[in-house]
Design a protein around this ligand. Structure first.
Ligand code: ATP
Ligand code: ZN
Length: 645
């Protein structure tokens, strides 16, 4: 019998006969390790503890303590779910099943109606019963023909089997039901005590929208109860923060895929938040030496050929529109070429540099439909964009200025949970990145140098640069845990070259400027999504769509007083509103709370008599009585408090 050689994590080597299992190998180390083993990993690939190994390599024994151990637990739970689903529904077909760091899922398909969320508890109960009574798992190997016979009538399973490159196909026999191994299952199911079936949602077979829609059952599992509880709590928290849910509850925006996927509609409340951000950032930039412009979203395709977008960014662009007279018009995916036109419109002198052009520039990108998400990733977006044209010796200073502006702005929005990422090109990908080694090396080391000089921490990421140059990205986390870029500062030596930009230097000669692309608060879409999640919809007063809700105890008696107060507040640009619906007062107050209005004012007999208001601030338990002037002073101070200038 041939021998296989295995290398352990500590560097030790051992030989075993071919066909040895991970269990045997673990036993050769210690019986207790063999007991704890839930799987093995050979040369980076997870294997079943009982699988007869045919080749050696680097080996690890996987126990519950590792990440892979968790994956095995979840895969076991998924296969168990498949088992009980098959027992429960005889006509069920099984698509993909999978486990990862988020949990597990099983894709199912039924002829009549799909598995519903109401049925999850029953399925979970049946899983628990098997774990308690018969937690053993038998391994059954079938030939390909036998396997296909076993799954007869299930086209998804048949497809998966036909794609397996072996005639020895592993099934798990759990409680008398055979399930095709779609991952590695633990020797026993007894550890799956702490699990939860979470939800159901449609998912296309093989992820293709031309394929049938299956019903995906999501779940998660942990070795420890406390970990499951913490995870469920985090999921609940994420749901409460999800900007799509809050956006709907607070009537901020909507996206209707029938009208256009990734094309959001801003309702008046959302529009107010956006307008406030737009005014804020425009004023801030004007105060920091930027000149704001307006430029068209459409331009001749030639502009994007010259800029390089057509060569390097085409897959993100909408196809050009061919007009009657053979003119090709393109929706811009970035604003840079437009701002270059502004620069080029005059002869520029070194005295004008750094020249800072800014715009709330609308642009269109053909994002994949699966990547679209509420306002976070859209197809039409308005970027707080700016391009600074500098002389080469001004790069470092300007970079620092932009960074300072960015941190100032973050401070005003109370954003402190972010990290820096230096994004470099992937030198091997010549298709995606403009080809000029010297330019890349220079620009990359310049960015790194500036960050080091400022003493800021950052991570470096290859392959994340823009096609024209490296960038500093500011990374934040969304409520659902995804990392997203908010701000970005990008160095560019390429576009000034392509568009033959110059300025007249002190020496009277022409020189080439360098371009710095920067977005401070990102797109209005992504930034609003981020703020909704960060504030959980409870916007600080300066951003809140409605700042004051005035509720008269009786509209008949005190409505006029309420409306007069409202007029007075509106006249000084406070966003106030009278809720004179004929509902119970308690209901109206609660409604103002659920809509997270910063100030709720109740007016009744006392208030009218004393010319006062009874004010309750969002998040406070008690209301306070004060004169109208006192209230105006308080709210105006509150509104202006975001700015720490
Ligand atoms: P991403 O990597 O997120 O696709 P990008 O690096 O292509 O973004 P840039 O060209 O740098 O993006 O665009 C500037 C900013 O616009 C990004 O930092 C991001 O905050 C925002 N943004 C990019 N794409 C979208 C989108 N589809 N929806 C909303 N905002 C976006
Ligand atoms: Zn740009």
């Amino acid at each position: 019998m041939s021998k296989l050689s295995f290398e352990f994590p500590d560097g030790n080597q051992k030989e075993f006969d071919a066909g040895v299992s991970v269990e045997d190998i673990a036993k050769s180390i210690s019986v207790s390790l063999a007991k704890k083993a839930v799987a093995g990993k050979v040369d980076g690939e997870l294997v079943d503890v009982f699988a007869p190994l045919q080749k050696g390599g680097k080996i690890e024994i996987i126990t519950s303590e590792s990440e892979e151990g968790l994956q095995v637990l979840r895969q076991s739970a998924a296969q168990l779910l498949e088992t009980v689903a098959k027992k429960q529904f005889h006509d069920i077909k099984i698509g993909e099943i999978s486990a990862d760091e988020d949990g597990f899922y099983v894709d199912t398909d039924k002829a009549e109606r799909q598995v519903s969320a109401d049925e999850l508890d029953e399925l979970a109960n049946q899983m628990k019963r098997i774990i308690k009574n018969d937690a053993s798992v038998k391994r059954v190997y079938l030939s390909k023909d036998e396997a296909l016979k076993e799954v007869d009538g299930d086209p998804y399973q048949a497809k998966i089997i036909s794609e397996i490159d072996s005639d020895n196909i592993l099934f798990y026999d759990i409680a008398g039901v055979l399930t095709l191994a779609q991952g590695v299952v633990a020797p026993s199911l007894k550890n799956i005590k702490h699990f939860k079936l979470l939800s159901v949602a449609g998912a296309y077979w093989e992820g293709k929208s031309s394929n049938p829609m299956l019903q995906r059952i999501y779940g998660t599992a942990f070795y420890k109860e406390a970990e499951l509880e913490a995870d469920l709590k985090a999921r609940q928290e994420a749901k409460e923060r999800d900007h799509r849910v809050i956006g709907n509850n607070l009537d901020l925006f909507f996206v209707d895929p029938k009208v256009g996927a990734g094309l959001p509609y801003w309702m008046p409340n959302g529009a107010t938040i956006r307008r406030t951000i737009e005014r804020y950032i425009t004023d801030k930039e004007l105060a920091n030496g930027y000149q704001h412009v307006y430029t068209p979203v459409l331009a001749n395709l030639d502009l994007y050929k010259q800029s390089g977008h057509w060569d390097h960014y085409r897959e993100d662009m909408f196809p050009p529109m061919e007009m009657d007279d053979d003119e090709m018009l393109e929706l811009r995916p970035m604003n840079c070429p437009s701002h270059i036109q502004i620069y080029k419109h005059h002869i520029r002198s070194y005295r004008e540099l750094p020249l800072r052009i800014a715009e709330l520039g609308m642009m269109h990108r053909y994002e994949k439909s699966g990547a679209l998400s509420g306002l976070q990733r859209v197809r039409e977006m308005t970027l707080n964009d700016g391009h600074t044209f500098v002389a080469p010796d001004q790069i470092q200073d300007e970079f620092k200025k932009i960074l300072k502006l960015m941190m100032d702005v973050y401070d005003d929005f109370d954003i402190d949970n972010y990290t820096f990422r230096l994004s470099y090109r992937d030198p091997k990908n010549t298709e995606k990145y403009f080809d000029d080694d010297e330019m890349w090396n220079k620009a990359q080391s310049m960015l790194k140098g500036a960050m080091d000089e400022l003493g800021l921490d950052y991570v470096e990421a290859e392959g994340e640069a823009a096609f024209y140059g490296p960038k500093l990205d500011v990374q934040t986390k969304t409520a659902l845990g995804n990392e997203e870029t908010l701000s970005t500062i990008q160095l560019d030596f390429m576009l000034p070259e392509r568009f033959d930009l110059h300025y007249v230097g002190e020496d009277g000669k022409e020189h080439r400027p360098v371009m710095i692309h920067r977005g401070i608060v990102s797109t209005m879409e992504r930034f609003t999504a981020y703020l909704i999640e960060m504030y959980k919809g409870a916007f600080p007063t300066w951003l809140a769509p409605k700042q004051v809700e005035i509720i008269p105890v009786s509209d008949e008696k005190y409505g006029d007083y309420a409306r007069k107060l409202n007029e007075k507040l509106s006249a000084i640009k406070i966003r106030s509103h009278v809720d004179d619906r004929s509902e119970k007062m308690g209901y109206l107050i609660r409604d103002a709370q659920t809509h997270k209005v910063p100030y709720t004012i109740v007016v009744g007999e006392n208030e009218v008599k004393n010319n006062t208001v009874s004010v309750r601030k969002y998040g406070e338990d008690n209301s306070r009585d004060m004169s109208i002037d006192e209230f105006v002073m308080e709210i105006l101070k509150d509104i202006s408090s975001y700015s720490r200038d």
